[in-house]
Design a protein around this ligand. Structure first.
Ligand SMILES: [Zn+2]
Length: 306
């Protein structure tokens, strides 16, 4: 069976926890799904209109997390870490059942999702995968926040930079090749915020479930979490995880190169909306191993993308 065929998970994954912003308790079940299902969310606390598709045009808010809504205004939020995990692990199809409006934040990273997927294992199908190939360079900026995507041969590269006035965070930059690099540090990197922003977020009715158990909190030049950082570039690595998750809302894996400075959920979404506005910006390719000329894509690369 071709490694380029669509994949799902072997068995149900059940997790529970608290929503970062809502503070609500939530049960989450990730279920295997048939080829060509894609990733779908189902709000099982509701009897009807409860399916929400993680698509860039369904993003109803991207300020502090990514929220998607269906045409009946049924929403599910903070989907980005799970979406990033599914992207990185090559899961094309899964049905995600949730009994509340926000995904559990768990430890603030994608670590628990990755461990759970590795535990149940991955199931291959006999249906080829599709990919989105970027054909032209597209850029979107909002003041100092800049993001662009341009064509690449076979990889998805993410080059991300963040700049904080806070000296401990400061300027951090990292580049990953999503289909080739070891993504452990990316998956393990937690969400973070400045201590002085915690009160502001709470006044806005956000971060109700936030704690040192699920977020890094930085106060001046100090990290308030006893255990410190999990890796040297944890701040920017978390932004790369967010970016991967937000990119997966394109529907398929992407071949292209992202360069981003000071971006976030909203900027990634705005870039993708711009890309998909014009059909000459991209092509959707069904990858069949047999039909590929070996001169273009060698086996090692195929293994990396699948
Ligand atoms: Zn995040």
């Amino acid at each position: 069976m071709s490694i380029l065929n669509q994949k799902t998970i072997n068995k149900n994954i059940s997790l529970k926890g608290t929503g970062l912003h809502t503070g609500l308790n939530v049960n989450l079940v990730i279920k295997p799904a048939e080829p060509n299902t894609g990733i779908i969310f189902k709000r099982i606390d509701l009897k009807e209109n409860n399916i929400i598709i993680p698509n860039i045009f369904n993003v109803s808010s991207a300020i502090f997390c990514t929220t998607i809504s269906n045409e009946n205004d049924v929403s599910v939020s903070t989907i980005e870490h799970l979406m990033g995990a599914l992207y990185g692990m090559g899961i094309d199809n899964a049905s995600i059942e949730i009994d509340n409006q926000e995904l559990p934040i768990l430890d603030g990273s994608a670590k628990v999702f990755i461990e759970a997927i590795n535990e149940v294992g991955i199931k291959n199908s006999n249906v080829p995968i599709k990919i989105i190939k970027i054909e032209k360079k597209i850029e979107f900026n909002n003041g100092e926040k800049i993001i662009s995507i341009e064509p690449s041969k076979i990889s998805l590269d993410i080059d991300f930079e963040l700049k904080y006035e806070n000296k401990l965070i400061g300027t951090q930059r990292n580049t990953v090749k999503v289909y080739e690099s070891d993504l452990t540090d990316i998956y393990n990197s937690r969400t973070f915020c400045l201590y002085e922003d915690v009160e502001k977020l709470k006044e806005m009715g956000l971060a109700k479930g936030g704690s040192l158990e699920n977020a890094i909190v930085v106060k001046n030049n100090q990290i308030l979490n006893k255990e410190g950082l999990r890796n040297e570039k944890e701040f920017v690595n978390h932004k790369i995880l967010d970016c991967m998750g937000d990119l997966y809302l394109a529907g398929y894996k992407i071949i292209g190169k992202i360069i981003c400075s000071q971006g976030g959920h909203k900027l990634t979404n705005q870039l993708l909306r711009k890309v998909f506005q014009d059909k000459s910006n991209f092509s959707i390719v069904e990858i069949k191993e047999k039909s590929l000329p070996h001169a273009i894509i060698n086996k090692r690369n195929l293994r990396a993308i699948a």
